[in-house]
Design a binder for this molecule. Structure first.
Ligand SMILES: Cc1cc2nc3c(=O)[nH]c(=O)nc-3n(C[C@H](O)[C@H](O)[C@H](O)COP(=O)(O)OP(=O)(O)OC[C@H]3O[C@@H](n4cnc5c(N)ncnc54)[C@H](O)[C@@H]3O)c2cc1C
Length: 407
């Protein structure tokens, strides 16, 4: 049976998130965007009311909300400001590999920290020369006795300047491409250096930083899962987080549609509100369809995961479609506002800038198409969950040349 009705609990959760976005995020979002202000106060409030870390299992102090529940929160908070939601939601990205592969001790310690205090964690995969193709990463982790010594640099790390701990991907076998990557939990006080805060086009309230590791030592127990299984872990993580990114894109698109709809009813040209012109009506109609379709894909990719099913292709469908929808809807919202849409005093200009990142992070729109093309051209063998040899796709990105995926 297919049923899109939310339960009472889910509707309450959605209303609670919307209320928070309306009262705590919207009033400051455009101001924070202007100055690139980090939303410290909002983090504390969101943490207090339980709108952060909803993914943490009950055994470690969390509520273990479903992926669909997470999407409901992410859409509403992104409706408020997607830059602020990127800040609030990044703990989910950083801690997914810990939940998937961390030892009991590591889970208790590092997931526990997020529950005990409003702390942040970061996910460190991307490097200056390894974006879509993470197999080219140069950061290394060398085992010395009962420790690993990590050296290298990461770029574009969300919350990198503020995180208490980091999930770090590094090569444990330099010759093995994507099969030589391992993942580690690295506490900030192990010696993580924050090199630079990026000045961005959009999502300016979120912190994006370059960080480095110079002979940073972590106990061997901080390895997540087995050595050289980090690539698989990154893939599994992105399957889990892409539904939420799609939901964020829906939130941005919905906000832009609402602003455009209101403006179209107020702005008079040729003696009537511009909403009376069919050219404007059709833009608004297309916005409504894009929002609806993107949300359904986001929900489907989340529900598959909640049912314990493989969602790789559907989460790429959702992320790609919703990101492109957010870009289109916000572009058209600027169009509905006419020249005023281009002016910072009006709200849609920010949404247009914020939407762009949806097509870039957690795998670009090209990379999502790459995943979809491979899954379509060379489908997984039914029931086995195993990839056909040619169906390999690396995490942020591209296909490891002539190698089957570990994922
Ligand atoms: C604000 C922000 C926050 C981010 N947060 C994080 C974070 O918290 N953690 C983290 O690890 N990373 C993060 N990232 C990094 C992000 O995931 C990468 O930027 C993204 O994966 C693309 O990598 P790249 O920028 O190196 O682009 P490149 O990989 O160099 O791509 C450049 C262009 O080439 C295209 N391209 C590349 N390969 C192919 C191919 N095989 N086929 C077709 N087209 C291709 C891409 O789609 C893109 O259009 C963040 C980035 C930004 C901007």
């Amino acid at each position: 049976m297919v049923d899109f009705t939310l339960t009472d609990e889910q509707q309450n959760l959605r209303e609670m998130a919307h209320d928070f976005a309306e009262k705590e995020i919207r009033p400051v979002a455009w101001e924070y965007d202007k100055d690139g202000t980090f939303p410290e106060e909002i983090i504390k409030k969101a943490w207090e009311v339980g709108l952060m870390n909803s993914h943490v299992p009950e055994a470690y102090g969390g509520v273990h909300a479903s992926t669909l529940d997470g999407c409901l929160i992410e859409e509403e908070l992104s409706w408020g400001c997607s830059g602020i939601q990127t800040t609030l939601g990044c703990n989910g990205l950083a801690s997914a590999p810990v939940i998937l592969a961390g030892s009991e001790e590591i889970k208790r310690e590092y997931l526990g920290r997020l529950i005990e205090e409003p702390l942040l964690a970061s996910f460190c995969l991307t490097e200056p020369d390894a974006g879509s193709d993470v197999s080219g990463m140069r950061t290394t982790a060398v085992k010395k006795g009962d420790k690993y010594v990590i050296n290298g640099s990461k770029v574009f790390i969300t919350n990198g300047g503020y995180a208490n701990w980091y999930t770090v991907y590094a090569k444990t076998d330099k010759e093995a491409g994507h099969r030589g990557i391992s993942a580690f939990v690295v506490p900030r006080d192990a010696g993580v250096v924050v090199d630079k805060k990026e000045d961005k086009l959009g999502q300016r309230a979120s912190n994006t930083a370059a960080i480095s590791f110079n002979d940073v030592e972590v106990p061997a127990s901080h390895l997540l899962g087995e050595e050289n299984q980090g690539f698989k872990l990154a893939m599994m993580t992105l399957d889990r987080t892409r539904p939420g990114v799609a939901a964020m894109a829906v939130g941005i698109a919905r906000a832009a549609m609402e602003f455009a709809t209101e403006y179209a009813k107020e702005r008079v040209q040729f003696g009537v509100p511009i909403a009376m012109h069919q050219g404007i009506q059709f833009m608004i109609a297309d916005m409504a369809t894009e929002v609806e379709a993107a949300r359904l894909l986001a929900w489907k990719s989340a529900v598959l995961l909640d049912q314990g099913k493989r969602n790789t292709m559907v989460s790429s469908h959702a992320k790609r479609f919703a990101a492109d929808a957010a870009m289109k809807v916000t572009t058209d919202a600027v169009q509905v506002y006419g020249g005023y849409g281009f002016i910072k005093e009006y709200p849609v200009e920010k949404l247009f800038r914020d939407a762009k990142i949806m097509q870039l992070y957690e795998g670009t729109s090209q990379i999502q198409r790459l995943v979809i093309a491979r899954e379509t051209l060379v489908p997984r063998r039914a029931g086995s969950g195993a990839p056909n040899a040619a169906a390999a796709t690396s995490s942020n990105g591209a296909t490891p040349a002539k190698e089957p995926s570990a994922a």
